[in-house]
Design a protein around this ligand. Structure first.
Ligand SMILES: *Cc1c(COP(=O)(O)O)cnc(C)c1O
Length: 411
């Protein structure tokens, strides 16, 4: 069968097919990627890039990790999908291991971050109904943060108060209020009898890598306890080890009532999950929620391989240790190139350099010099290496950044 994947692929040919047949909901891409190994990817012209974009914080264990490839390939040959009409051993085992990390509770598996948040929003409604003695529609609101990102479904959009996300799709799903991130008092002001939950990212990712302070998260936990609200934490981007803890909220020593996960969980195989603390785990009853693909044997095998690799290679300790000196080097770059750089934000490998002006031209210049990054918010370049990145590759990232910021001449 003749196809673009078997004939000689070029970035130009692929771009032409995109132009003809792919919807233009994404901006134009600079090139076509065809291969990956460890912290590197190659484009169709065989140019190599150090990948600190990691498919937007997805490739937790780099590209083509041998253990991941072996277990996923073997599972693909054995059994891929059966639906949730049947039990799946890999789903059971993955749930057990995630409960171990979250501390008890129960899991629901889906396929993406937006779906994980959709699940959390539905959970909030069930909780509100229970709080209202079984009456629906009285207590249902969820408060989220102004600079948040929670996905592109109607639930996710409602939770994401950004014109660039909501624009064109009015009316939004009702039931959301917004307050200022890192300002627990502003959340308190939004609470009344109609509010059922607060939903927060521990480290705002799309918004430009803004970590929640420990004081804020503890204040929100206290507010939720005081008012009978559920605390829902969106760990879709910052979770699965990226901060040096499995869940980023662990840094603050708080316990959420529910957690959304996705991105890094399958390290490239689509899988999302919602975790619920035991006290709330009976709110969903048979038939109340579901998804066809969620937790299928192949997806769960991919996630189990990721957990194996994180544990066997002691990646949480490595992220903490290696990111400390990497952050020092990045901070030094900020001091060295003050005309272009305004600061460093983030925790572990969920980091961003703050630039003066538009970050997009810098993302392009870095790419032209062999480093893939992604814009964060309106002022930052996100740097999100795989958790198993080598010290040498971290050093290389600093060299490329230094070169690009050091040799740029404003036209
Ligand atoms: C990416 C992201 C989502 C949405 O995940 P999708 O898999 O793209 O649906 C939700 N929340 C956060 C914090 C994210 O970073």
């Amino acid at each position: 069968m003749a196809s673009i994947t078997s004939s000689k692929v070029t970035s130009e040919k692929v771009a032409a097919l995109y132009d003809a047949h792919i919807l233009k909901n994404y901006g134009p891409a600079p090139m076509t990627l065809v291969r990956g190994e460890g912290s590197f990817v190659w484009d169709a012209e065989n140019r190599r890039y150090l990948d600190f974009c990691t498919g937007i914080a997805v490739n937790t264990v780099g590209h083509s990790h041998p253990h991941w490839v072996k277990t996923v390939s073997e599972q693909a040959a054995r059994l891929v999908h059966v639906s949730n009409l049947f039990h799946v051993p890999q789903q059971a085992e993955l749930a057990r291991r995630l409960c171990e990390k979250a501390g008890g509770g129960k899991l629901f598996f889906c396929n993406s971050g937006a779906e994980a948040n959709e699940f959390l929003i539905k959970l909030a409604r069930l909780w509100g109904r229970k709080q209202s003695g079984g009456e629906e529609g009285r207590r249902f609101r969820v408060i989220t943060a102004e600079n948040a990102f929670h996905g592109r479904t109607f639930g996710g959009m409602g939770a994401t108060p950004q014109a660039k996300v909501q624009g064109g799709f009015a009316p939004m799903l009702e039931g959301f209020r917004h307050a200022r991130f890192n300002d627990a008092e502003s959340f308190r002001e939004q609470v009344d009898e109609s509010v059922a939950a607060i939903l927060l990212e521990t480290i705002q990712g799309e918004g430009g890598i803004h970590p929640a302070t420990t004081e804020f998260l503890r204040g929100i936990r206290r507010l939720c306890d005081e008012k009978g609200l559920m605390l829902l934490i969106d760990e879709v981007q910052c979770g699965i080890g990226r901060s040096g803890k499995f869940f980023a909220f662990e840094h603050a020593g708080i316990r959420p009532d529910a957690i959304g996960m996705a991105k890094g969980l399958g390290a490239g195989f689509p899988i999302g999950a919602g975790w619920i603390a035991d006290a709330f785990a009976d709110l969903f009853t048979p038939g109340s929620h579901g998804t066809t693909y969620g937790g299928n044997p192949l997806a769960c095998t991919a996630a189990l391989a990721v957990l194996d690799i994180i544990e066997e290679e002691e990646l949480l300790a490595k992220v903490t240790e290696r990111s400390a000196s990497w952050h020092k080097s990045l901070q030094a770059l900020v001091g060295k190139h003050p005309q272009y750089l305004a600061g460093l934000r983030g925790v572990g490998y969920h980091a961003a350099l703050v630039v003066k002006g538009d970050p997009l031209p810098w993302v392009a210049r870095l790419r032209d010099n062999g480093l893939l990054t992604v814009r964060g918010g309106s002022d930052a370049i996100r740097l999100m290496p795989p958790l198993n990145v080598s010290i040498q590759d971290l050093d290389t990232s600093v060299e490329i950044l230094d070169f690009v910021f050091g040799t740029h001449i404003e036209p």
